[in-house]
Design a protein around this ligand. Structure first.
Ligand code: SF4
Ligand code: SF4
Length: 244
């Protein structure tokens, strides 16, 4: 039929005329973003325990930090933390690796800058708020937010917590299998974990602290210890089987 194509075209135009609008007038109108949208990577220094897991997880070396040993102890102090966002591919690996929820994405997607260096985010940690941590993969320690606030003294709750940690250390030393049995899924894993903790006092103390402060995290770290040990054993076995 003559003019059929024209009618079809008009019909399509008419149909779209009454449809819900899909495009928006950005930047006057801002788009709706899903809850899990990954905008700009953020760092909440109050939670950081300077364990370095994020830097190891990042495939593009986006993350780096400076730390220094705390005076008269084996602890570390976080000095600054840098996110070189120009190399970030928003893969979320660092967020997943961070045991304390320090890293997260906000919804800010307007990240363009005139200068390359301006896209780098550097968190200089205020001296009064610098995180002091005991070892890698440790538990978060409260920090003071502003320079004007006095550093809080250990209170009763802190003393009570320390008592619980000490009790847990004793339990792990005396009967490690029983103490760790609820952290892992099988008896074999419990045995491996017990051996690891018995052989390394620092790990034992860290594990006891985590078990009191954050049970879920303690479970994850315990599993990581066990998996690493199994991997090491496998590698040793593999190396032993290699022909001379
Ligand atoms: S999102 Fe991926 S690329 Fe970006 S900092 Fe984290 S791990 Fe690195
Ligand atoms: S606590 Fe999180 S952000 Fe801090 S060093 Fe460890 S993994 Fe990185």
């Amino acid at each position: 039929m003559k003019g059929k194509g024209l009618l079809e075209g008009l019909w399509i135009t008419l149909r779209h005329l009454f449809e819900r609008e899909i495009t928006i007038q950005y930047p006057e109108q801002m788009p709706y973003l899903q809850e899990r949208f990954r905008g700009c990577l953020q760092f909440d220094y109050k939670k950081c325990i300077v364990c370095g897991l994020c830097t190891k997880a990042c495939p593009n070396n986006v993350l780096s930090y400076e730390s220094e040993p705390a005076p008269n102890s084996k602890k570390k102090i976080l000095i600054s933390y840098t996110i070189d966002l120009q190399y970030c591919m928003f893969c979320n690996l660092c967020v997943e690796a961070c045991p304390t929820g320090t890293l997260y994405f906000n919804h800010n997607f307007e990240l363009s800058e005139y200068q390359r260096d301006d896209i780098k985010i550097v968190y200089e940690i205020p001296r009064s708020a610098q995180a002091v941590i005991s070892e890698p993969i440790d538990s978060p320690i409260e920090m003071v937010d502003s320079a004007s606030e006095p550093v809080p003294q250990p209170d009763e709750a802190e003393a009570k917590k320390q008592k619980q940690i000490n009790a847990m250390i004793t339990a792990l030393q005396k009967n490690p299998m029983k103490a760790v049995s609820k952290l892992v899924e099988s008896e074999v894993q419990a045995q491996i974990l017990a051996d690891i903790l018995q052989a390394d006092e620092k790990k034992l103390v860290r594990m006891a602290t985590m078990m009191i402060e954050d049970r879920e995290k303690a479970g994850k770290v315990a599993l990581a210890f066990v998996n690493k040990e199994l991997k090491d054993r496998q590698q040793e076995g593999g190396a032993g089987n290699e022909p001379e």
